[in-house]
Design a protein around this ligand. Structure first.
Ligand code: GLU
Length: 424
C-alpha cells in the first residue's frame, strides 16, 4: 500500500461502520417502540449487487474492477444515493452508506429510500479515458436494477459531474431514450440543477449556523477547522470564510495546513486539484491527526469514516462538531464528545443537503421545468432548518444525543411505509 493509503485508512477501532450503524438503528427503533422484526428488516439492504467490470486500460492490458450497488429499503420510494470510486471501498461500507442514505431521506423527508454504490479503484491513478470506460462499464453492469423510478445514483467520494454525464449517456443508450432522471449531480447543460455542486456544503453551513446559535457562538470570527478539501470541504471552507469565520485549518489525504490567523482560502481553492489535493504544494504541513486536535470553536470532518475515535475524542477542543463526511465519528467517540458537552451535528443530518438538491434535480428532470439558483437555495434552506430543529428538539425532549434523535426521525417514515405495505 502506498503512503497515501496509510493516511486515508480508517482507524483500527470500530472499523466496521455497518455494525455501528446497526447498533444506532437498533437503539432508535427501540426508543420508538418498534418490535424486533422492524430491526431485522432494516439492519441490512434489501438488495446488494456485486459486479466485476472488465476494463481495457490505456496500456492495452485488461483490468477487472469490483463494483457494488446496495439498495437499502424502497418502501418509501425508489432508492437514491451516490457512487464512490475509492481503493478502500468494501461491501460492508457500501451497505452502511446505503442505510445512511435511507436515514438522510427520512430526515429531510424525501420520497426515497437509500441506495449506494462503489467501485474499488484509485481514480487518482487512472486516465480520463479509463475513468470513462469504467463509469460506462459500471452502468452496463448494474443497468437492470437502476433507473429513474428504481434507484437513482449521484456523485460521492472521487466522482463528479463528468462521471455522472458518462453514466447518464450510457444509461440513455441502453434504454434508447433520454433519461436525465436516472442520475443526479449532472452538468447543468445535461439537466443538472443549479446549486447541486455546492449543496452539501450549503446544508452543512446551515447546520453550523443553527448549531452555533444554540451554543451562543458568533460565526463572525469563529475559528473553524475543516478536514478534507473535496467537494464538501472546499465549498464549506469558502462559505465559512465568506461568513466571516476564521478557517484556521484544512487538510487533504496527504496532510493539513494550519494558521491561527486564518488561512487564505481563495488562494488554496485556486491551487487545489480536482481530487481536492493542495497540501502537497506546502512544506510547512501538520498531520490530519494534529489538525483535529487544533484549538478552534467548530470542527467539520468532511473527508472519510472513523476520524474522531476514542483515541482523540478527549483531545478535541471545539465545542461543535458538524459531520459533513459520512461516518467520521465512532460510537465510542460520540459518547465521549457528548459527555464533554460537545454538540455533534450528525452526518445523516449535516450532509443531507446534497441528496436534497439531488431530489430537486430529479423533480426538475421529471417535469422538464427548471428552477433558478435562488429557488433551489430557498427550498434547501427551508428543508435544512426544519430538519435541524426537529432533530435538536427531539434530542432535548427525549434526552438523547443528536445522532440518536436523527436516527429516530430517519427510520420512522421507512418503518411506517414498510408497515402499510404489509412487509412487517
Ligand atoms: N453522495 C451524497 C451523499 O452521501 C449525495 C447522494 C445523492 O445526491 O443522491 O449524501
Amino acid at each position: 500500500m502506498g503512503e497515501k493509503e496509510k493516511v486515508t485508512s480508517p482507524n483500527s477501532e470500530n472499523m466496521d461502520v455497518l455494525s455501528s450503524t446497526q447498533t444506532v438503528i437498533g437503539n432508535a427503533l427501540e426508543k420508538l417502540g418498534y418490535p424486533n422484526e422492524v430491526y431485522e428488516l432494516m439492519k441490512e439492504p434489501l438488495r446488494m449487487m456485486t459486479v466485476r467490470i472488465p476494463i481495457k486500460m490505456d496500456d492495452g492490458s485488461t483490468k477487472i474492477f469490483t463494483g457494488y450497488r446496495a439498495q437499502h429499503n424502497d418502501s418509501v420510494g425508489p432508492t437514491k444515493g451516490g457512487v464512490r470510486f475509492h481503493p478502500n471501498v468494501t461491501e460492508k461500507e457500501v451497505k452502511a452508506l446505503s442505510i445512511w442514505m435511507s436515514l438522510k431521506a427520512g430526515i429531510v423527508d424525501l420520497p426515497y429510500g437509500g441506495g449506494k454504490g462503489g467501485i474499488v479503484c484509485d481514480p487518482r491513478e487512472m486516465s480520463f479515458a479509463e475513468l470513462e470506460r469504467l463509469s460506462r462499464g459500471y452502468v452496463r453492469a448494474i443497468s437492470q436494477i437502476v433507473g429513474p423510478t428504481k434507484d437513482i445514483p449521484a456523485p460521492d467520494v472521487f466522482t463528479n459531474s463528468q462521471i455522472m454525464a458518462w453514466m447518464f449517456d450510457e444509461y440513455s443508450r441502453i434504454r434508447e431514450f433520454d433519461s436525465p432522471g436516472f442520475i443526479t449531480g449532472k452538468p447543468i447543460v445535461l439537466g443538472g440543477s443549479h446549486g447541486r455542486e455546492s449543496a452539501t456544503a450549503k446544508g452543512v453551513t446551515i447546520c453550523i449556523r443553527e448549531a452555533a446559535k444554540k451554543k451562543g457562538i458568533d460565526i463572525n470570527g469563529a475559528r473553524v477547522v475543516v478536514q478534507g478539501f473535496g467537494n464538501a470541504g472546499s465549498f464549506l471552507a469558502k462559505f465559512m470564510h465568506d461568513a466571516g469565520a476564521k478557517v484556521v485549518g484544512i487538510s487533504d489525504a496527504y496532510g493539513a495546513l494550519h494558521d491561527p490567523e486564518g488561512l487564505d482560502i481563495d488562494y488554496l481553492l485556486d491551487r487545489r486539484d480536482s481530487f481536492g489535493t493542495v497540501t502537497k504544494l506546502f512544506k510547512n504541513t501538520i498531520t490530519n491527526k494534529e489538525l483535529l486536535e487544533l484549538d478552534c470553536d467548530i470542527i467539520v470532518p468532511a473527508a472519510i469514516e472513523n476520524q474522531i475515535t476514542k483515541e482523540n475524542a478527549h483531545n478535541i477542543k471545539a465545542s461543535i462538531v458538524v459531520e459533513a463526511a459520512n461516518g467520521p465519528t465512532t460510537l465510542e467517540a460520540t459518547s465521549i464528545l457528548t459527555e464533554r458537552d460537545i454538540l455533534i451535528v450528525p452526518d445523516v443530518l449535516a450532509s443531507a443537503g446534497g441528496v436534497t438538491v439531488s431530489y430537486f434535480e430529479w423533480v426538475q428532470n421529471n417535469q422538464g421545468y427548471y428552477w433558478t439558483e435562488e429557488e433551489v437555495e430557498q427550498k434547501l434552506e427551508k428543508v435544512m432548518v426544519n430538519a435541524f430543529e426537529n432533530i435538536y428538539n427531539l434530542s432535548k425532549s427525549r434526552r438523547v444525543n443528536m445522532r440518536l434523535a436523527a436516527y429516530m426521525i430517519g427510520v420512522r417514515k421507512m418503518a411506517e411505509a414498510s408497515r402499510f405495505r404489509g412487509w412487517i
